[in-house]
Design a protein around this ligand. Structure first.
Ligand code: URA
Length: 234
């Protein structure tokens, strides 16, 4: 049981004080009865709460998928650059959203934006070894030496990387699968072999793949199936 004003405000549409006004103006009903007390305790899972004729759609957390374009930083605010939150549809503006993980400003592809801190923590926790798959384009050909090196663990200035897989998909393109996520990791790994990454695009996190119909810059809620895939990762 929770206070009705808290339950309604948790939907992110109205603030606590706006909810009080709504209740005062008799615009809220619980199981068909107009309510008068904003501290009324209600079981949100069992009651039908209606605001202005619209039943509340209970959703504890929001899980969004973004096909990140270049030029946006993976942060909630930034003084100099646009943030990925600017691409979130208006309807989620009342939520306390943040990106679960980072992609560089010039990296594109799959990004999860959520208000579920536990899930985000789990996706990012090094112990969980969540696989992230990237399409990479280089300014030099992908070599056997790189493939072997990635497999045995590239040595970077902050330590040896966990084994990663690199497969060749074209003369200067490949697919990299990482189980960790250090700062500029892929760029630094190729840098060890004299290669510069010219394009980097995240294709998948665990079983969750970027759908081909999600255009760059588009952001939408995960389907139930996709959410299951994301939860299976951890
Ligand atoms: N590795 C990088 O170098 N950059 C990214 O954005 C992701 C992985």
């Amino acid at each position: 049981m929770e206070r009705i004003d808290k339950i309604i405000a948790s939907q992110g549409v109205y603030s606590r004080s706006e909810v009080k006004t709504l209740i005062k103006k008799k615009r809220v009903t619980v199981d068909g009865e107009v309510i008068k007390a904003y501290d009324l305790k209600v079981d949100a899972a069992k009651s039908l709460i209606v605001v202005d004729g619209k039943p509340l759609k209970f959703q504890k957390n929001v899980y969004l998928m973004l096909n990140k374009p270049k030029g946006y930083v993976s942060a909630t605010e930034d003084r100099d650059h646009k943030t990925v939150l600017e691409l979130v549809p208006e309807e989620f503006s009342g939520r306390d959203l943040f990106p679960a993980g980072r992609l560089d400003r010039d990296t594109t592809g799959l990004m999860i934006i959520t208000d579920d801190g536990v899930l985000a923590h789990n996706i990012l926790a090094p112990k969980k070894h969540v696989q992230k798959i990237y399409h990479v384009e280089l300014d030099v050909p992908v070599t056997e030496e790189m493939i072997q090196g990635f497999e045995s663990g590239v040595e970077l200035n902050d330590g040896v990387c966990k084994p990663a897989s690199l497969t060749i998909t074209g003369e200067k393109t490949g697919t990299v699968t990482l189980k960790e996520g250090r700062y500029h990791q892929i760029k630094r790994m190729f840098g060890c072999y004299g290669g510069k990454v010219t394009e980097l695009h995240r294709l998948a996190m665990g079983n969750l793949h970027l759908p081909s119909d999600l255009a760059e810059g588009q952001c939408r809620e995960l389907t139930e199936e996709e959410l299951k895939q994301l939860q299976q990762i951890i």
